[in-house]
Design a protein around this ligand. Structure first.
Ligand SMILES: C[S@@+](CC[C@H](N)C(=O)[O-])C[C@H]1O[C@@H](n2cnc3c(N)ncnc32)[C@H](O)[C@@H]1O
Length: 288
């Protein structure tokens, strides 16, 4: 007979952890890289895709974050990557502190900062969980949380380091959603999904944090070429060239890649939806 304890739903924090662990265990079965932390997940090649000119104009994401960070304010960017947001924001605000765990990403951030002669960025290399950065007016965390196991402690630390506002962007479903149709054909079975926006909202509510949610414009996922798609999927799925899995990947590319208005997309998985969660730090149980 079922006892009341056994039907108790797991807490949102525990549910998040179980999703991250299931995804990690499944990925580890097919790829050493995916089993590791950020430093293993972000190869030099993958990091290069995040390199961007800090002086670029008309970038939707930069404009969005700029609205929350005044010229006399400081920004702490947790999981800053190659500085896609941190560097253009440094050109517009007082100071940026960038925390980044993957050396490949940190190297690009340093190179781009030097090239653009940006001197008001302090880079702290390491995992957010392990470093002790100063607080800032605004704390940003854009697409960083999918593989974080202890999400409760991570978010409490984010909240504690913000004086005015926390900004978190996350996918509605995993950024790997584009890979799932390939996973099914190459490895068989269902891919384990890493947590997304719905799971994060449940975690924040459990922490008594009640953010506003703004959905960002959906972005089409464009692949540059069939060769680029093959390389990306080999990396993401842990497929060795010439293996039986590689032959199945080739068939999947035939079946799933479709050309629309001159660009390549994955059939049925071509749109990425992200949401921006914002809140005032330290506000609990209905405070403003
Ligand atoms: C998808 S990239 C996004 C980078 C950047 N926020 C952006 O939007 O361009 C995720 C980044 O978060 C970093 N990251 C993941 N977990 C982290 C952690 N626990 N502490 C610090 N950085 C982390 C990864 O190394 C990677 O550079």
């Amino acid at each position: 007979m079922t006892t009341p304890e056994s039907v108790q739903p797991a807490s949102a924090v525990e549910h998040w952890r179980s999703m991250v662990e299931a995804e990690r265990a499944q990925s580890a079965r097919v790829s050493d890289r995916a089993a590791g932390g950020p430093a293993q997940r972000w190869s030099q090649g993958r990091a290069e895709a995040f390199r961007a000119d800090p002086h670029r104009d008309g970038d939707h994401d930069v404009e969005l974050i700029s609205r929350f960070v005044g010229a006399d304010r400081t920004l702490l960017d947790v999981g800053a990557g190659a500085g896609r947001i941190a560097l253009p924001l440094a050109l517009r605000c007082e100071e940026v502190i960038a925390v980044e765990a993957a050396p490949s990403m940190a190297t690009i951030l340093k190179e781009e900062a030097a090239k653009a002669e940006i001197s008001n960025v302090t880079l702290i290399e390491g995992r957010w969980q392990d470093v002790e950065p100063p607080s800032a007016d605004v704390v940003l965390c854009w697409n960083v949380l999918n593989y974080v196991e202890d999400i409760g402690a991570f978010m409490k630390k984010v909240d504690a380091h913000a004086r005015e506002r926390v900004l978190v962007v996350l996918h509605e479903v995993s950024p790997m959603a584009q890979v799932y149709p390939f996973w099914r054909r190459v490895h068989g079975g269902e891919p384990a999904r890493s947590p997304g926006l719905a799971e994060l909202l449940a975690v924040l509510w459990e922490l008594d944090i009640h953010p506003d949610l703004q959905m960002l414009p959906p972005r089409p996922r464009i692949l540059q070429s069939r060769e680029a798609a093959r390389e990306q999927m080999r990396g993401r799925l842990g497929v060795a060239p010439g293996s039986p899995e590689d032959a199945r990947l080739e068939e999947a590319l035939d079946e799933l890649l479709e050309e629309r208005s001159g660009s390549l997309t994955v059939r049925g998985a071509s749109v990425v939806r992200e949401g921006l969660l914002t809140w005032r730090p330290g506000t609990r149980s209905g405070a403003a």
